[in-house]
Design a protein around this ligand. Structure first.
Ligand SMILES: C[S@@+](CC[C@H](N)C(=O)[O-])C[C@H]1O[C@@H](n2cnc3c(N)ncnc32)[C@H](O)[C@@H]1O
Length: 284
């Protein structure tokens, strides 16, 4: 990164700094649930070279959030690894990848990895991370199906949308699913969702995002989905052939080690909790 290139983002792009900050904090622990040396080095580079004052902006890392985001990333990694077992030369497309370092955690030496993000955050990523010959980047709005062009579905395609779809409006999420189903027969899409909050205003876009630190709130999250609403995803496109819940791996401590793995057995919480879902698309 050029010495005078300051990292200055806002809105949804800025959230990539928050998720990186939390993941790196978790990765520094000796008992971490997700070893991630690249994230640790990257957060230091953003602070030192990019001049971004993480603590000033986001407060200190929150241990529960840090572990939750690392477990979410581990959950996506497990889907990527299963995909690469079946399609070692396949393509992983990471939409809204931000400063995720999943490529280094999951690389099998053969995968082709495409990062899609908006121009400004992508420029930050480019300036901080090395990009090898199997890593490709595209500055494109994930809501614009133009990013699907040039990807060969025959080699296998897995699309990741980690920490992204909640920032879209419901019809945009539907269109994105339909577009993936249309362009990637035999492929898959994995994404996470935040649950609906009872008693919130009718216009979901008007909601404020959750506060995560003094003076910092995540942006509004217009798209939300409870676990029970998963079957409705099939209506996005006739080629949605399978809707599979992906559970977080067990973590540490009372919440992530003891309670979270048992939540599936608790009627209300089972429905209203953050989820990860894998959609598989029919082959033609
Ligand atoms: C919460 S961050 C998630 C980053 C990364 N996936 C992670 O889990 O750490 C949201 C990311 O989505 C990107 N993003 C927001 N809107 C987007 C859009 N319309 N198209 C593509 N990327 C978008 C942001 O720039 C940012 O990198």
């Amino acid at each position: 990164m050029a010495a005078n290139t300051a990292v200055a983002l806002d809105g949804v792009p800025e959230t990539m700094l928050w998720t990186l900050y939390q993941r790196a904090a978790e990765a520094r622990r000796p008992d971490t649930v997700l070893p991630d040396p690249e994230a640790v080095a990257l957060v230091e580079a953003v602070a030192e070279t990019g001049g971004f004052a993480f603590t000033e902006r986001f407060g200190h890392p929150h241990p529960l959030a840090a572990q939750a985001l690392a477990l979410r990333a581990a959950c996506f990694d497990s889907v990527v690894r299963q995909f690469l077992d079946a399609y070692p030369d396949g393509t992983v497309v990471s939409l809204g990848e931000g400063l995720e370092t999943a490529f280094w955690r999951c690389d099998n030496g053969r995968v082709s990895w495409l990062t899609v993000d908006l121009p400004e955050p992508l420029a930050v990523r480019h300036s901080l991370l090395p990009h090898g010959s199997r890593q490709h980047t595209l500055a494109c709005d994930a809501r614009d199906p133009a990013w699907t062009a040039g990807i060969d579905p025959a080699r296998g395609v897995l699309v990741l949308a980690q920490g992204l779809l909640m920032y879209f409006r419901p019809p945009e999420v539907r269109d994105l699913i339909a577009s993936c189903a249309e362009h990637f027969p035999g492929g898959g899409l994995v994404f996470d969702a935040v649950p609906r909050t009872p008693g919130r205003p009718a216009d979901p876009a008007a909601r404020r995002g959750p506060p995560v630190a003094r003076g910092y709130r995540l942006p509004p999250m217009p798209w939300r989905m409870n676990a029970r609403q998963r079957p409705a995803l099939a209506t996005a496109h006739p080629a949605v052939a399978e809707i599979r819940p992906v559970e977080l791996p067990p973590g540490r401590g009372l919440l992530w080690g003891t309670a979270a793995p048992r939540v599936e057995r608790l009627p209300v919480l089972r429905n209203r909790r953050p989820t990860v879902t894998l959609l598989r698309f029919a082959s033609r």
